[in-house]
Design a protein around this ligand. Structure first.
Ligand code: 3HC
Ligand code: NAI
Length: 684
């Protein structure tokens, strides 16, 4: 087999070039090729300097994740990089694309780093539940200091070449041809007597007391963002070790911590999500070469909560949007909200004033459907009512050119019924965005019975362009996400009638890793959503809460009482109300364990997920995981509901469901779940 790594001798400079598409991952073959190249350069007396670079779209984007969990192959990356660093000739990494993880670690083992202006550098291992495990936690702080190393390793976000040059991570940003610039740079440094060696540098390291102060401050500031994850703390411990210990000792700690993470459930779950997210973009029966529809202009119906947010996605990506409303005031209001959101982005430094203005300039409002005639895609985001939606789609069918995609943002309604209101059901699809639509990453793409492959392929591609993670769902009530939300909500409501307190249920969810529990969520969203608004008609607990003005955070009280900082505390009034309703319904209030809360609220979701799979409403279990991670704040480190079930043990899930079967007749056991549990199988 030919090696993915070759060398070129340019007089006195040896260039080692990797070409391992698509992202130059550091597979065993690449590591072997690099080792051979390094040795060739070290042993050839004619060579005065060595350049390491890549062909293709990027520098090494990291270790080969597909090799994780398999028997290790030689040479290991840590040993290889130690060998690279020991070469007694100057070594230069020439970076384009993304130097990530093990890829960045390759550059850290070189004496010098140069990069093109568009390059990005980072250590994203933490996102896979890991840490830079090839000396990166020890070399990085020695080059950029502890604060910057913490920022990069604990959050895993890359920095630009320009920022890297400022922090000393890159020695020079070069314009023009990188290959030529690297050789020129190599000759420039070859004549120097000394070359910086990352592992022996100490000039950027503070003393231990100062490092501890920085670490403490960092933890104080960021504790909430990393709650529940193991890897951030392990990264911090390793960076501290870089300050406290010589390199040779520090890397031992790094290795220990790395192996602990690698063999743990969290990294398994997070690596699963990495591939799940990429897999989700693929539709089994839609080939990669399916013709796409060119999307130059988008129409949106409705400038409400969702219509405005959806519009922002396209405006920000430079795609013009025309929004249709029923009344001028609604248009003005919608435009105002979008404008305010963009101003927020400018204030937060996420956009320049010019970019915000550019986006707003691409937006047109109208009351006339005829203005949508030349749109390539129209997304409907009007009230959640079948008759209203059908009427809108009939109008779209009349006004919008043939060949355009007609999409609905419905949360629950039947896409096939909506499609049947048009004469072109093959062009109708569901695009279910999540609120706030300009921020939430998930897009559920609902595949109607007649939706064409071309329409599906186009929407999946477009989703990536606007920064969404798209998952395909079949037509069923609530699709994947909202359908699974139902058992959780129903059981939570039943549990409070049986004696669990709303705050106990919320606590169990927060301890599990959700940002908030179902009752905190209801208070945030507003209990009055969907309420009939008749204060004299009190038929349920929710009616009573609404009738008493307990609409949630917006009225200062809901399930909780809120102070002026919107901090909630348990409400005696609500507790008494629940007790009264329980008595009315003949429910005896008893002590309910945290375990029962998990079993009835979370295991039932897994069961519903299994039924979704069984019915073919999701293509694969990992798609369901992606929906819940990106749409509902399910904790990443568990891998999503189906992966979490796998790691928990499906037999345990089944036993938990069977225990409460009598109280939960609404959720019949999925036969797929039962079968898998019996045979020792898993979903993923
Ligand atoms: N190993 C194996 N495969 C990888 C990979 C990796 N490190 N990175 C990407 N791929 C694969 C993807 O799975 C995808 O495969 P597919 O086409 O079969 O679905 C293909 O490469 C293209 O990837 P993307 O679709 O993500 O391409 P983009 O252009 O959108 O993004 C990227 C490119 C920014 C490099 C992105 O792929 C990425 O972030 N990759 C992961 C980077 C990473 O986490 N590196 C650290 C690895 S861990 C490590 O290095 C440990 C070390 O410290 C010891
Ligand atoms: P909204 O009430 O905020 O906005 C609806 C807008 O549509 C209003 O401004 C209204 O004037 C306009 N409208 C109604 N009929 C129209 C017509 N015939 N022509 C033009 N404009 C019309 O509603 P929201 O929350 O934005 O919901 C819209 C859709 O998105 C619904 O189907 C909902 O189920 C779905 N959705 C809502 C989410 C949310 O969290 N609010 C999340 C995901 C989906």
């Amino acid at each position: 087999m030919t090696s993915p790594v070759r060398t070129e001798l340019h007089e006195d400079v040896l260039v080692i070039i990797s070409d391992n598409p698509p992202v130059n991952a550091l597979s065993a073959a690449v590591r072997q090729g690099l080792q051979a190249g390094i040795r060739e350069g070290a042993e050839n007396d004619a060579v005065k300097a060595i350049v390491v670079r890549c062909d293709g779209r990027t520098f090494h984007a990291g270790a080969d994740i597909t090799e994780f969990g398999k028997p290790p192959q030689q040479p290991g990356l840590p040993e290889l990089l130690d060998e690279l660093e020991k070469v007694a000739k100057p070594t230069i990494a020439a970076i384009h694309g993304t130097a990530l993880g093990g890829g960045l670690e390759v550059t850290l083992a070189c004496n010098y780093r140069i990069a093109v202006p568009s390059a990005k550098l980072g250590v994203p291992e933490v996102k896979l539940g890991l840490l830079p495990g090839a000396g990166g936690t020890q070399r990085l702080p020695r080059i950029v200091g502890v604060e910057q190393a913490l920022q990069m390793a604990v959050f895993g976000n890359p920095v630009s070449a320009g920022a890297a040059e400022k922090s000393g991570l890159v020695d020079k940003v070069v314009e023009g041809d990188l290959a030529d610039a690297a050789i020129a740079f190599a000759r420039e440094v070859a004549s120097k007597d000394d070359h910086p060696v990352s592992s022996t540098r100490n000039d950027m390291l503070p003393n231990l007391a100062e490092a501890d102060r920085i670490l403490e401050e960092f933890k104080q500031k960021n504790g909430r963002k990393i709650r529940g994850f193991d890897a951030p703390a392990a990264n911090m411990r390793c960076i501290r070790a870089a300050v406290e210990l010589p390199y040779e000792e520090g890397v031992k700690i790094e290795r220990e911590e790395f192996m602990k993470l690698m063999t743990g459930d969290q990294s398994k779950a997070q690596r699963h999500l990495f591939f799940a997210e990429r897999q989700a973009a693929k539709i089994d029966d839609v080939p990669a070469d399916t013709p796409l529809i060119d999307i130059q202009k988008v129409g949106i119906i409705g400038a409400g909560t969702m219509g405005g947010g959806i519009a922002m996605n396209f405006l920000s990506a430079g795609i013009p949007v025309t929004t249709v409303e029923m009344r001028q005031e609604a248009l003005e209001r919608g435009r105002g909200v979008v404008g305010k959101n963009y101003q927020g982005n400018v204030k937060g430094g996420r956009m320049t004033e010019a970019q915000a203005k550019g986006a707003m300039d691409l937006w047109t409002g109208t009351l006339d459907y005829a203005d949508l005639a030349d749109c390539d895609l129209v997304i409907e985001a009007v009230f959640e009512n079948m008759d209203v939606k059908k009427e809108v789609f009939q109008k779209l069918d009349q006004h919008v050119k043939q060949g355009a995609i007609l999409a609905s943002n419905t949360s629950y309604l039947d896409i096939d019924e909506i499609a049947a209101a048009t004469g072109r059901p093959e062009f109708v699809v569901g695009t279910h965005f999540f609120s706030p639509a300009n921020i939430m990453k998930l897009l559920e793409v609902v595949r109607g019975e007649k939706t064409s492959k071309s329409v599906l392929a186009t929407v999946m591609k477009l989703a990536k362009k606007i920064g969404k993670v798209a998952v395909v769902a079949g037509v069923c009530d609530g699709f994947i996400g909202n359908r699974m939300l139902k058992p959780r909500q129903v059981e939570a409501n039943k549990l409070i009638m049986e004696g669990a307190k709303p705050w106990d249920i919320d606590r169990v969810f927060v301890e599990f890793g959700f940002p908030m529990g179902p009752f905190q969520m209801s208070d945030l969203a507003g209990l009055d959503i969907g309420w009939h608004r008749d204060e004299n008609r009190v038929e349920t607990l929710r009616d009573e809460l609404c009738a008493k003005g307990r609409w949630g955070q917006k009225t200062g009280k809901g399930f909780y009482d809120y102070d002026e900082n919107r901090r909630g505390s348990p409400s005696d009034e609500v507790e008494a109300m629940i007790a009264k309703w329980a008595e009315k319904e003949g429910k005896e209030q008893r002590h309910i364990s945290d375990e029962e809360i998990r079993e009835r609220c979370l295991y039932t979701m897994v069961n519903e997920g299994a039924r979704i799979l069984e019915e073919g409403m999701a293509q694969r279990a990992s798609d369901i995981d992606v929906v819940w991670i990106y749409g509902y704040g399910w904790p990443r480190y568990t891998g999503g509901p189906m992966m979490w079930a796998d790691l928990t043990g499906l037999d345990k899930i089944v036993a938990g469901l069977e225990k409460h079967a009598a109280e939960m007749p609404e959720w019949p056991m999925s036969s797929l779940l039962k079968e898998k549990a019996a045979s020792g199988g898993t979903f993923n």
